[in-house]
Write a protein that binds this ligand. Sequence first.
Ligand SMILES: [Mg+2]
Length: 255
Amino acid sequence: MTEKHRPARDFEHVEAWVFDLDNTLYPADCNLFAQIDRRMGEFIANSFGIPLHEAQRLREAYYYEHGTTLAGLVRLHGVPPDDFLDYVHDIDLSAVAPCPQLVAALGALPGRKFIFTNGSRKHAEAVAERLGVTGQFADICDIHALGYLHPKPMREAYQRFVSAHDVMPRKAAMFDDLPHNLETAHAMGMTTVLVHGLTEHPEHRAMTGWTELPAHIHHRTEALPSFLAAIGAALAADRAELSPVPPAQAQFCLT
Ligand SMILES: [Mg+2]
């Protein structure tokens, strides 16, 4: 696969670092989404009194027709969002290990950092706690804030996010494991980074056939912490190079 290795100065303009949560802030091989998927099916099966295989079919249909399973359940059946979210996010997070390298890399980036997820704030907080990155984020924009019916990749989701947090898209970088979520980010002028991970998600499976990155994906990484650390180090080196000469030395130079 041809990768685009652009210099880290592609990120010099970035003031807001925006991260998807699941399979982005933690590696896809933690496989949390398999647990969430199973619980979504169980929730539908229990709520509607239908067999699990039928519930999974419905879940998939709602995901593709409405952007998320929840959007379909709310729009078509008036399901209380918190009932669904509390059930599906009641999972075992022990596969998510503390990540001091991610903590340090986030801390070294200048500007505000956000989590922007189609999941719930409660789930995002629990995962952030496991990773050890809780204090690194200015805020979490979750599916409650998106009004349930307007998840990523809908443009309305991104518009809600940028207006709520006064983020200028041209000065933002968006990190996500799903290529379609980066299409809208790119269209709005954000710098985009695909955090590559393979799961059973059809979009992940499709990526195995890529021979080059689609135009809307500017960067790609398989290891978010080291990718961010490299950007932070390059930005710090650039700043040091550009920093003014200390006053004492400046005086000496003028004499
Ligand atoms: Mg994700």
